[in-house]
Ligand binder design. Sequence first.
Ligand code: CU
Length: 244
Amino acid sequence: MSTSTNKKSLKGMLWTWAALTVVGVIIGLYAPAWIMPKSMSNNMHLTILTMVVFTVAAAPVAAGVYASALFALARWTHKGDDVPSAGPAVRENAMVVTTWLVVSTILTVFLLIWGLGALAVDNGSTGKNPLVVDVTGQQWVWSFSYPGTHVSSPDLYLPLNREVEFRVTALDVTHGFWIANMGVQVDANVGTITTIHTTPDKLGVFDIRCTQFCGLNHAFMVTVGHVVTAQQFTSWLASQPQRA
Ligand SMILES: [Cu+2]
């Protein structure tokens, strides 16, 4: 393959790369909010934002892979009695190799810093009078109790805009406590209490599911939770039977 053909191929590949990058960025900006569960907490806003940032950052990389694969299929193939061509000599090209190394290093370090930062924010407590909820998983139900109130219920009620500290444990086997709408997911282990925080910021109902296979009825270990106003929460608590 001549140098001019190579240059033409490379130019075409760059245009394909640029076009595919634009497609990837558009998908990254709009798809997460559309595909992921509706956000009902501060954690979930951060989770969706993290998906957007990571997808947008990955778009040029994925576009590069697809562009070179498309060109390898379309151009750099053996035709008739031609001498097979391996395409442009990429590995011997210092600029291509250096650019690839520098860009992928910057991307990886950026994602690492973002990930660690998001994890710290996500797991951190604001320390402002959180509502403590004890969560217990057992085959195949969840139960919730509110320390200081003697209330234990199969229903989870949370007041709006108040931080919640879930203290999660299990009675029989390992379960997984998952509120998709709140970006809350943690294993429920026997004999161990694991805490996780969130602040609900939308009124409504949400599903609570188990994410660890825990036996025959694992798939049915699902219940409904409610985010209500502070006033509704107080009256709900008062209406519950008091356990000794
Ligand atoms: Cu399960």
